[in-house]
Ligand binder design. Sequence first.
Ligand code: 7PJ
Length: 303
Amino acid sequence: MKKSAPTKNSNSVGADFFHSAILFLLPPELYMQRILQKIRSNQWAVMGILNVTPDSFSDGGRFNKLDNALKQALLMQEQGAEVIDIGGESTRPGAVPVPLDEELERVIPVIEKIRQNSDVAISIDTSKPEVMQAALAAGASMVNDINALQAEGTIEVCVKHQVPVCLMHKQGSPQTMQDSPQYQNVVDEVKQYLEARASACFEKGVTKENIIVDPGFGFGKTLENNLYLLREMQQFCALGFPVLVGVSRKSMFGVLLGRDVEDRLVASTSAVVIAYQKGARFFRVHDVAETCDALKLCAAVET
Ligand code: 7PJ
């Protein structure tokens, strides 16, 4: 029988000899650079979501305890996630802001615990400079900020640590953003915003290689806005930065299909496939194993 063709994406860290040899020589803080290099060379990567909030909307506090958080991170890594995104502040529509101390208490022990047990790259999902600083010191190697580094001091922390940053678009704040999103042209406005935030970062010393952009599905967007962003995904890819896509289990699928959050796997994964076909290569998801299967198929078809 003919041997099946290898897929383009060797997704697990250390999957082939060359890859593992390079990784062996790299300190963990450089794994993230290697993942971005992979994305720039047209291979995909998955970021697994680990919410450590008592109120995160789709895994409702289940991973709140340290051991469960570690188990979930290791499981996602085994399933093919190359980055674990840790967030201690829920940003679902209507969520209330979390005080600094509480956010630190939620995320730092989890980062330390994962660092002690795994070399998987860790991204910190926060908008606060103090949380970024503490997370990077504890072993995170990427910043994911839904506020695109607009808070004072955030760019400086990222420059100091020379880490990749994801700049995400949103309109309004999580408390009110879904009340009545307004755009003349959502694609143009999101592109302009992302370019402006990238310029602000360059001016303060962030390097081009360290910038990732994200159109911010569901953050101050109607269903039609979200569908238009997905339809025009190639325009975000043309900005010249890796594009991170976060559609996992989002309420756009609830609105479109009338499905509860636990029944959005097929729609979420299908949206990932659409985004892939339009050029996106980096995906932030809850359902790592299923998404990796879909992406392996996408890459195999392209080879
Ligand atoms: C996103 C995020 C996203 C990036 C959240 C949820 C809500 N970060 N953080 N992109 N969404 N970069 O997980 O559904 O879409 S929180």
